[in-house]
Design a protein around this ligand. Structure first.
Ligand code: SF4
Length: 174
């Protein structure tokens, strides 16, 4: 079965691939992340992702980075959880659509491996997208969480400018 995997960080991609190992998917990575800022951060994460793809023998699709797509989706609603719900919808929606158009049976996302994200909401969004585009959404039954020190670039914040500001404020105060 062909699975299109939305992925935004190398560590999570490794966790996902390990968790999916016994399901015999033919995985292609879809690095669609207009939420990630600034460009240097986007590029550093991409470089790590390309290394994962190359070492795992996996194809990677890299749509053009268009941060405007993220800002237009979020609009003025920049507080959590609303901005995150829109962000997940944007990225999962693009993945489901691409999967349907390009003949993948299934799609998924490394977002399902993250303990920092709202798994219940992400699954609900993904299931709605699956229905809309008539592709399956798949989530590993168990996530391998012991790969955290895999040596790949590990980001300091979730991805968007708002999350960067929040992390700095948590660490250094307002
Ligand atoms: S915190 Fe993360 S999930 Fe939420 S909007 Fe920012 S990048 Fe997206």
């Amino acid at each position: 079965m062909k699975l299109l995997l939305h992925a935004c960080c190398a560590d999570c991609a490794l966790k996902f691939l390990e968790s999916a190992r016994e399901n015999y998917f033919e995985v292609t990575i879809f690095y669609y992340n207009p939420n990630i800022h600034p460009r240097a951060e986007y590029s550093t994460r991409l470089k790590a992702m390309q290394k994962v793809a190359s070492e795992s023998g996996i194809k990677i699709i890299i749509p053009n980075w268009k941060p405007r797509e993220y800002f237009e989706k979020v609009g003025d609603d920049t507080q959590k959880p609303n901005r995150c719900i829109k962000c997940w919808n944007l990225r999962l929606g693009a993945t489901g659509k691409y999967a349907a158009e390009k003949g993948f049976d299934t799609f998924s996302s490394t977002l399902v491996t993250s303990e920092y994200q709202d798994q219940e909401k992400i699954e609900k969004i993904a299931e709605n997208i699956a229905k809309k585009y008539k592709v399956k959404f798949w989530k590993p039954k168990e996530i391998c969480c012991d790969l955290k020190t895999s040596g790949f670039y590990k980001q300091f914040f979730c991805g968007c400018v708002y999350s960067m500001k929040e992390r700095y404020e948590e660490k250094y105060g307002k």
